[in-house]
Design a protein around this ligand. Sequence first.
Ligand SMILES: *[C@@H]1O[C@H](CO)[C@@H](O)[C@H](O)[C@H]1NC(C)=O
Ligand SMILES: *[C@@H]1O[C@H](CO)[C@@H](O)[C@H](O)[C@H]1NC(C)=O
Length: 463
Amino acid sequence: MYSLSWKTMAMAVGLLLLFSSMEVESSLSLPDKIIKLPGQPQVSFQQFSGYVTVDEKNQRALFYYFVEAEIDPASKPLVLWLNGGPGCSSLGVGAFSENGPFRPNGEVLVRNEYSWNKEANMLYLETPIGVGFSYSTDASSYVAVGDKITARDNLLFLQRWFLKFPQYKHRDLFITGESYAGHYVPQLAELMIQFNKKEKLFNLKGVALGNPVLEFTTDFNSRAEYIWSHGLISDSTYRLFTSACNYSRYVSEYYRGSVSPICSRVMNQVTKETSRFVDKYDVTLDVCISSVLSQSQVISPQQVTERIDVCVEDETVNYLNRKDVQGAFHARLVNVNRWTVCSNILDYKLLDLEIPTISIVGSIVKAGIPVLVYSGDQDSVIPLTGSRTLVHGLAKELRLNATAPYRVWFEGKQVGGWTQVYGDILSFATIRGASHEAPFSQPERSLVLFKSFLQGRPLPEAF
Ligand SMILES: *[C@@H]1O[C@H](CO)[C@@H](O)[C@H](O)[C@H]1NC(C)=O
Ligand SMILES: *[C@@H]1O[C@H](CO)[C@@H](O)[C@H](O)[C@H]1NC(C)=O
């Protein structure tokens, strides 16, 4: 059971007036050590957070939150987690709503029993600049940010983060993420593979992508059938949404600032029927969770204006805007007054959305690195059907035969979802009953999937 509303907390620790902004060239990660987060229960693992400068000239710095594994961190891999948007925070969404060790609840932080730091050392990065606590002192640099700069900054971030944490330098490394991280993660992995040809630095062992944008026409146009088959739109509206104007065309027009009358008409009809009281990120979930809802507002543009804030009290937003919390995190607000779930100062190159990354996924597989694409199966924003088509198509292109047939997998005595594996290296899996933010709505099943992925083992075939 999970709770839909986490209450925030208050409790002052406010220690740590160390030089967190100094980039330490040696193994001295101590200034970044978190003594204790306000309201946090006693835990045995260590936490760190702070900044890594990625561009001295323009004073660009990325903020990270690092949670070591609960048990024996030295034996466990390093996992980077990235949320999407573009422009949403891996700290607020990933760490505090999905797979991190705590969730804000009233005045305190409560433990997440299914935290991914049970299996790995988890590194949450707020990227690109302008997201969360990450910043550039030159506000004009928020304009030119797109996929290219983001990937380059992320790569540089990791290189320099290893200077702070040299013990993790040669550790097995996995990159994971969700939604628009379907761009960030493959693009970063590709740079790592290139970098490794000159100097073997990144011990990249696998990539996992949750409800990712991989090829925007396939991903977006699978929405029509998904919402139609789940009863959210009528037969006649479905016909319009697949013939008169499909979703990828609407989004294309929208980001070019010229929505055609026909697309406008179709989208109005679709929006009217689906209703704003249904969570597009989980068509069976009651509406709430404003921070989670907003994660992919950019890839769902028609929802921006009609978004309603059912949960006015956003626990994470309240928590991360507390001065004592920011102090404990060694975080600063630069060029903004408040920490927000998704950036409103970043002016991302949104047309980068149209760049397909499925071919990059192909080159990662060809380089011998396992890739898992997984889908929360209640998500209508990036539905499982589009992802499954893309993975299947890629397997075909790479001539990878199915090494495990399409079958169910188990968590406990219940079906956790379905899975298929190609060439023992490319996998697809659904998480049954999960939303766009799968670890949020199905934490237990998500942890089983995560563990299998890290161990390179098949998902449980029986119970
Ligand atoms: C979506 O619309 C575009 C433009 O009209 C068209 O080229 C494309 O084939 C359509 N895709 C689907 C899946 O209907
Ligand atoms: C894949 O399956 C086809 C058809 O069964 C077979 O001819 C081919 O050798 C297989 N390829 C690999 C790499 O196993």
